[in-house]
Write a protein that binds this ligand. Structure first.
Ligand SMILES: *Cc1c(COP(=O)(O)O)cnc(C)c1O
Length: 362
């Protein structure tokens, strides 16, 4: 069967080169070969995250570490900043972990704003917060630097940040932001297969985790640190993913971080230009649009065009491309187009040509 190229916001298309690295012959995870592999990528990961902390590798999708952060770091009560499907779900996950949790809910399409977070933290009730930098369901990017600046005022609050669909696509300076946990699954902007999560913890997060009872084993942050010091992981990792990550990190540094960030900004703008040319509005509030995907309004916002999304998807799929028909409660009233990972102006132009053709057939 012919492969349909992925332009959904995760998993995204994986290159032949990455797939070849993923299929490398197996090695033992306690042997020198593995330590050399992790030892080679550790400084690359530290450069990518702008951190001196060790960067950990978890064989799980992002939710494993998102839940792990709750289990390791919440003693009192966690504030869950909610602005879309993934961030809304984090409240539910915290409650399922038996933690006291409260939501800071804003309308889907809006970002989380620092003033709103500050007002909540000022109550003194919270010792942790969860924030999704780039809410993939709505295509909204929240102002991370402004929110992270609150850490100065609330040093005892653990700032847990999901950068699943923004890590590698835009600069996130872990040390300068002084946040406590930063994590990303690899099937989004890394353009690797799903099943691995990359994350880092602040020294404060590690010492708090060490004092946390019932933090379990598989996602115990203290275990990750102890093992990473010897270039290892707590349990047997998906070694294929780590070969693929090594190959991808070489690609990322060959391109250069700034060039990679600029490419993502440019391609997101090109997608917005395509949608505007066809008379569509956008779902995200202006100036908070993601750099990795575009969430097009298809009737969710007043004015602007709306089309039969299922039909559009089918017409595009027949030409070899998969786009997303909207997530959760905005399915059908929005659709999403990803430009994250390995995409280029050329590859995006091929997609827009297919979309143009499909629009003509609606
Ligand atoms: C995809 C996504 C997740 C969930 O990742 P899983 O790989 O399904 O665990 C979480 N947060 C964001 C922002 C995402 O885009």
């Amino acid at each position: 069967m012919a492969h349909v190229k992925l332009h959904i916001p995760g998993p995204v298309e994986v290159s032949e080169k990455t797939l070849r690295a993923f299929a490398s012959p197996m090695i033992g995870h306690r042997g020198q070969g593995f330590k050399d592999l992790y030892g080679k990528i550790q400084p690359q990961l530290q450069s990518l995250l702008y951190t001196k902390q060790l960067v950990y590798l978890s064989t799980s999708s992002a939710w494993g570490v998102m839940e792990g952060a709750i289990r390791n770091l919440v003693h009192k009560k966690v504030l869950c900043c909610m602005c879309g499907a993934f961030s809304d779900k984090w409240l539910d996950v915290a409650q399922r972990c038996g933690k006291s949790a409260e939501g800071l809910q804003v309308e889907w399409g809006s970002p989380i704003r620092a003033e709103q977070v500050e007002a909540k933290l000022a109550t003194g009730e919270f010792d942790a917060l969860t924030l999704i930098h780039n809410e993939t369901s709505t295509g909204v990017m929240s102002p991370l630097a402004q929110i992270a600046a609150l850490k100065q005022k609330f040093p005892d609050v653990m700032f847990i940040v999901d950068a699943v669909s923004s890590m590698t696509a835009t600069k996130i300076d872990f040390d300068a932001l002084q946040i406590d946990v930063l994590l990303a699954g690899t099937q989004k902007a890394f353009a690797l297969p799903p099943g691995l999560t990359v994350f880092a913890c602040s020294p404060a997060a590690l010492s708090k985790a060490a004092k946390t009872k019932d933090r379990g084993y598989y996602f115990d942050f203290v275990e990750f640190q102890k093992n990473a010091e010897g270039h290892m992981t707590p349990s047997t990792p998906s070694i294929g993913h780590i070969y693929a990550l090594s190959s991808k990190l070489d690609d990322i540094f060959a391109e250069g971080l700034d060039a990679r960030f600029a490419r993502h900004r440019k391609l997101a703008q090109m997608t917005r230009d395509w949608a505007a040319r066809h008379g569509f509005n956008f779902f995200p509030e202006k100036d908070y649009e993601s750099v990795t995907l575009t969430c097009v309004s298809n009737g969710a916002r007043p004015g602007g065009r709306s089309v039969d999304v299922a039909k559009l998807q089918k017409l595009v799929k027949d030409q070899g491309f998969l786009i997303d028909g909207g997530y959760g409660k905005i399915k059908g009233t929005t659709f999403r187009i990803s430009n994250m990972g390995d995409e280029t102006e050329e590859s995006m132009n091929r997609l827009y040509a297919a979309l143009d053709k499909a629009m003509g057939q609606l």
